[in-house]
Design a protein around this ligand. Structure first.
Ligand code: CUA
Length: 260
């Protein structure tokens, strides 16, 4: 992966990113070859049709069989790129999302940050309603819903367990953003009113950048987040001990439980 390194691509820390890397490296080498090849050809044409040797304009220009062969070769390589690399990767991305073993996280982008909603121990997301959105409840979660009692909402840092497949469902509260985590080789738009899906498996502990990949307003450049890949035990401890339920709802629930 010489060219990717040269262009500053961070190391891949995901289980499936190597496929993306192979494709990009292949594309880059292909472009290098085309660039060098066409440049040499261009210089050759400048030399061949120079004024000193061509007193009169030539209307037919350069003629040779090999240029046709070169064009056909380029088309063949592009077909391999599309059918051999791009389509299989896309198929895998779409098909593998629906995996019962994947940990589900809802990602909500906003101007200018990221909110991550975890279903908690019960594996069920609490109901949410745009009418409940407030400064203290950025995702409008209905805290009276039993499924929401163990839900966790985290801003800007998404903790995920090591070696765990994580399935993200992306949406946005305002304009189009793009959740991009280059180290994990994932990027997908977060679009208001619709949900997009993406998944990854972090195989190396560490903190990795999340950037917004769509120009979304004045704070676009500051819309940075973090994916923190941590040991599974640390993750379980964090998620079980830190439900985001506000105190008043906690008390309400205890009261309701003792009343029956
Ligand atoms: Cu959000 Cu750019």
């Amino acid at each position: 992966m010489i060219l990717l390194k040269l262009l500053g691509m961070p190391d891949d820390v995901s289980a499936d990113g190597y496929m993306i890397d192979h494709m990009m490296e292949f594309c880059l080498w292909f472009m290098v070859i085309l660039f060098v090849g066409w440049t040499l050809f261009f210089l050759f044409i400048l030399w061949k049709f120079r004024r000193g040797r061509n007193k009169q304009a030539q209307y037919h220009g350069f003629r040779a069989k090999w240029t046709t062969h070169a064009e056909l070769a380029v088309i063949l390589v592009e077909a391999v790129l599309l059918l051999g690399f791009a389509v299989p990767i896309w198929k895998k991305t779409v098909k593998d999302f629906h995996d019962d073993n994947a940990m589900q996280v809802h990602v909500v982008a906003y101007q200018f940050g990221w909110a991550f909603h975890y279903p908690g121990a019960d594996g069920k997301f609490g109901r949410n309603d745009p009418k409940l959105v407030s400064s203290t409840n950025p995702l409008g979660i209905d805290w009276t819903d039993p499924s929401s009692k163990d839900d966790v909402v985290a801003l800007n840092t998404m903790r995920v367990p090591l070696n765990q497949k994580v399935a993200l469902t992306l949406t946005s509260k305002d304009v189009i953003h793009n959740f991009a985590a280059p180290s994990l080789r994932v990027a997908r738009d977060a679009i208001p009113g619709s949900s997009n899906e993406i998944w990854f498996t972090g195989i190396k502990e560490g903190d990795y950048d999340v950037i917004c990949g769509q120009l979304c307003g004045a704070g676009h450049g500051l819309m940075k987040g973090t994916v923190s890949v941590i040991p599974a035990a640390d993750f379980s401890e964090w998620i079980l001990k830190n439900p985001s339920i506000p105190a008043q709802f906690k008390e309400q629930k205890v009261a309701a439980a003792t009343a029956h």
